[in-house]
Write a protein that binds this ligand. Structure first.
Ligand code: ZN
Length: 199
């Protein structure tokens, strides 16, 4: 598996553009009260590859309704941030998926390059197995796959079930599939602005 894109800043810029497209659509739809949404980004301090991620990763795109008495917060789904996890979603996916097939040298290299704590890896494995596997997002995806995917093999099983050309494309597709779980304050955008097949 070639995962060189993981240390390519263009990959992270590409994901930022997708987040911008999603956010533009959320903004265009406005608040459910009919109000206009104003930008209200909040700060993020992602770990791992900070030098590569650039300015845009220092904030999460978010909105706040302009109407007094509503002021509802609306944080669009994201292909960059997997909920509150401090590492970019692509790293969380790929490192957990790779882990079983890694040589000890390669594993050490990833841990060092990505500034990972070894205990973070076991936390992520647990998250895929226990939290993600209980999500509606997973239940929906699982229903599409024949034979059914094994939750014990997440996220590698999902990555393997996608049809994108190379690993980079499949990681993008998976990040897109996971967007429903990346926010609790904004649902129902769901009209895909970017065709995951073209990622
Ligand atoms: Zn509102």
């Amino acid at each position: 598996m070639c995962h060189a894109f993981l240390t390519d800043s263009r990959f992270y810029q590409f994901l930022f553009h997708i987040d911008q497209e999603i956010a533009a659509e959320v903004k265009a739809n406005g608040c459910r009260c009919g109000g206009v949404l104003h930008s209200a980004r909040y700060p993020r301090k992602p770990r791992g590859l900070r030098g590569l991620l650039g300015e845009s990763y220092q904030t999460r795109l978010s909105f706040c309704c302009a109407v007094d008495g509503c002021r509802r917060r609306c944080t669009p789904p994201s292909v960059r941030f997997l909920g509150r996890k401090v590492y970019p979603g692509a790293i969380v996916i790929l490192v957990t998926a790779l882990e079983h097939g890694l040589t000890p040298n390669r594993r050490d290299w990833l841990i060092e390059t990505l500034d990972l704590w070894p205990q973070t890896l076991s936390r992520w494995r647990k998250w895929w197995r226990e939290v993600f596997s209980a999500s509606r997002c997973w239940q929906a995806q699982r229903g599409h796959c024949m034979p059914p995917l094994d939750p014990g093999q997440l996220p590698g099983a999902l990555l393997g079930a996608l049809t994108g050309g190379d690993l980079r494309q499949r990681v993008c597709q998976l990040l897109y599939l996971l967007t429903p779980i990346t926010t609790g304050s904004c649902s129902g955008y769901l009209r895909a602005v970017t065709d995951p097949q073209k990622m």
